[in-house]
Design a protein around this ligand. Structure first.
Ligand code: AVI
Length: 318
């Protein structure tokens, strides 16, 4: 919440007004992540259907020594969207075996998540110095300038897939502009696969992803005085083959008008009308290679699991 004068104003005002007054309706996925939504996302990462987190963790476990060897000695590690840094320990440990001290800069908008990262890493890895950076790395990449020496930037979890391709390219190009030739990027991307695997990952049997999606409406109710009845919207996850992405939507199950008090807004929904809430792009290794080349990086190695479900790519700034 931010405050204008005496009245606290929710930071989601602009996004919600814009998204629900346009046709077709849409809301940006960043609105998922208040405290409730972040907790639901943590639950998603442990779901049997959500293979992404555990597949990437296994890849990092298996290949962290090789990654450290290829990156070379004396790097500082910067992790974009680090959250609680649950997957990073294995990389930091492998680097600790090759350099006396590892400076680690987890970057995240959530200072509470960073606090968890600091506490868990400080106790476990004596050679690692954790320097949390609480900032919105999408809007501001200037913090990279304050990191001295060679850099290894981690961008894990296929978070890059939640951006439109042109935005993702802009983000990596900005990051690259604060890096030197020879610095490294470790990028995690989910890969294209059969819809029988993809769709359940975004529409799980326990309905946790549905709750995560509907948390956007719950948040509008909480922060903006909305009167959305969550039971009157249906969670929809679909595969868009032309765009190579999973899409998430919220579909109105009847004709209804919702009120959002703080915006002085009434929003009409036809039965079957959808709010588009998220895209999650899925890649091919060749596609990632081209994408990275356009942003100033060359892939050195790609590691995938034996089913080819997830890719971990080590690239070099060129
Ligand atoms: C954070 N991001 C990589 C997740 C994804 O898979 O696109 C967000 C998510 N949405 C639904 N489930 C998980």
């Amino acid at each position: 919440m931010i405050a204008i004068g005496e009245r606290p104003v929710s930071e989601i005002v602009g996004d919600v007004f814009e998204g629900l007054t346009r046709t077709p309706k849409s809301l940006p996925p960043r609105l998922f992540y208040d405290a409730a939504g972040s907790a639901l996302f943590e639950e998603i990462t442990r779901l049997p259907e959500y293979y992404l987190t555990r597949t990437e963790s296994a890849l990092l476990q298996q290949y962290s020594c090789e990654i450290a060897e290829r990156v070379g000695a004396n790097v500082s590690v910067i992790e974009l969207g680090a959250g609680t840094a649950a997957k990073t320990g294995t990389i930091l440990k492998a680097l600790s075996q090759r350099q006396l001290r590892v400076n680690y800069y987890p970057v995240d908008i959530s200072s509470s998540a960073l606090q968890v990262a600091v506490e868990s890493l400080n106790g476990s890895y004596p050679q690692v110095r954790v320097h949390p950076v609480a900032t919105n790395y999408i809007a501001d990449s200037g913090f990279l300038e304050s990191v001295f020496g060679r850099k290894l930037v981690l961008y894990l979890g296929s978070s890059v897939g939640n951006f439109e391709p042109v935005e993702a390219e802009g983000l990596l190009t900005r990051m690259r502009s604060h890096m030197e030739v020879g610095d490294s990027l470790l990028l995690g991307t989910d890969l294209v696969k059969d819809t029988s695997i993809l769709l359940p990952a975004y529409d799980d049997a326990q309905g946790i992803t549905a709750r995560f999606n509907k948390n956007i409406l719950a948040r509008i109710n909480r922060e903006l005085g909305g009167n959305f009845d969550l039971d009157l919207f249906r969670h929809v996850a679909l595969w868009n083959p032309e765009r190579s992405r999973i899409e998430m939507h919220l579909e109105s199950t009847l004709d209804q008008t919702m009120k959002i008090k703080l915006l002085g807004l009434e929003v009409y929904f036809r039965k079957g009308e959808r709010i588009h809430t998220e895209n999650s792009y899925k890649y091919t290794v060749a596609g990632v290679r081209d994408f990275l080349l356009r942003t100033g990086f060359a892939i050195e190695s790609t590691w995938t699991d034996e089913r080819n479900w997830f890719g971990t790519h080590l690239a070099c700034a060129v």
